[in-house]
Design a protein around this ligand. Structure first.
Ligand SMILES: Nc1ncnc2c1ncn2[C@@H]1O[C@H](COP(=O)(O)OP(=O)(O)OP(=O)(O)O)[C@@H](O)[C@H]1O
Length: 261
């Protein structure tokens, strides 16, 4: 892997059809940091990620990857540096699992000095990481939702990025694979930014969290600071109780709809 990138987003505003989806969002990610974006449905998490991988161009503000303007970067270099596991990603009708993972190597083909041997090693490592090496020759299309998610995660790994952007990476995955995928992402040592709905997984996996609410950052900091029950209760509209995971010491939340039990 190439080591982690720094990412600086300053003052991002983004609107569609005169509705402001992001309002003054600012983030500074350190190299190698695992950064989680949390918030209710429709709070702007995916929209923010789409700005960070240059799918949306913000109306205002700037984004720098390792000190370079994301939108001014050479597109081949940006495609190598930033890998994305998007929500509802579909790929590979008619392709095998291995061929889908190999798509992650395409950006490198556009650069000089890209070697086939590097491609093969990266594809194999990625398949091992998601525990699908033995399935490499099987067709992608009939896989279950969770199996497809693991293949698409492997595609992002094969890209060997310095910034990995994950939009709800644990969607569709059973508990063991949720933990396994995040553990793989932890061991890469690269910068990872992920949206997560499961706040207990966010607490245990992220170095820092950012809580979005209606396109604005409500709080940013270590999980302990962001997962404050009164704040989470007000943003999500639920009652929240908090204790500690006895094994890891991380904050652990439980939720109830407001009102009589
Ligand atoms: N292309 C678009 N056109 C119009 N509205 C959009 C578009 N993309 C997003 N939105 C709106 O912007 C808001 C934020 O959407 P976004 O997908 O970023 O939310 P989210 O926090 O990722 O939600 P979820 O948790 O449900 O995935 C939503 O109300 C959504 O309907």
């Amino acid at each position: 892997m190439t080591g982690g990138a720094s990412l600086d987003a300053v003052d991002l505003d983004f609107s569609i059809a005169q509705r402001k989806l992001l309002d003054g969002v600012a983030l500074a990610l350190n190299p190698g940091e695992r950064f989680g974006i949390i918030g209710p449905n429709g709070s702007g998490k995916s929209t923010l990620l789409r700005c960070l991988y240059a799918w949306h161009r913000p109306d205002n503000g700037s984004i720098q990857l390792d000190g370079q303007d994301l939108f001014a970067m050479d597109s081949a270099r940006r495609a190598c540096a930033v890998a994305v596991l998007a929500q509802h990603a579909e790929a590979g009708l008619g392709l095998t699992i291995e061929e889908v993972v190999a798509l992650g190597r395409l950006p490198h083909r556009r650069l000089p000095r890209s070697a086939r041997a590097d491609d093969e090693a990266a594809i194999e490592q990625a398949l091992v990481a998601v525990d699908l090496l033995a399935w490499r020759k099987l067709p992608f299309a009939p896989l279950s939702g969770g199996e497809k998610q693991r293949v698409l995660f492997a595609r992002a790994l094969a890209q060997q990025p310095s910034l990995l952007i994950l939009d709800e990476p644990t969607n569709h995955l059973d508990i063991r694979h949720q933990l396994a995928v995040l553990d793989v992402a932890r061991r890469l040592g690269i910068t990872v930014v992920a949206t997560l709905h499961d706040l207990n997984i966010a607490a245990r996996w992220c170095d820092r969290l950012c809580l979005l609410d209606q396109g604005r950052i409500r709080r940013i900091g270590p999980p302990d600071h962001v997962l404050e029950p009164a704040l989470i209760a007000s943003v999500y509209g639920v009652d929240v109780e908090r204790d500690q995971d006895p094994r890891t010491g991380h904050p652990r939340l439980s939720f109830h709809l407001p009102g009589p039990a």
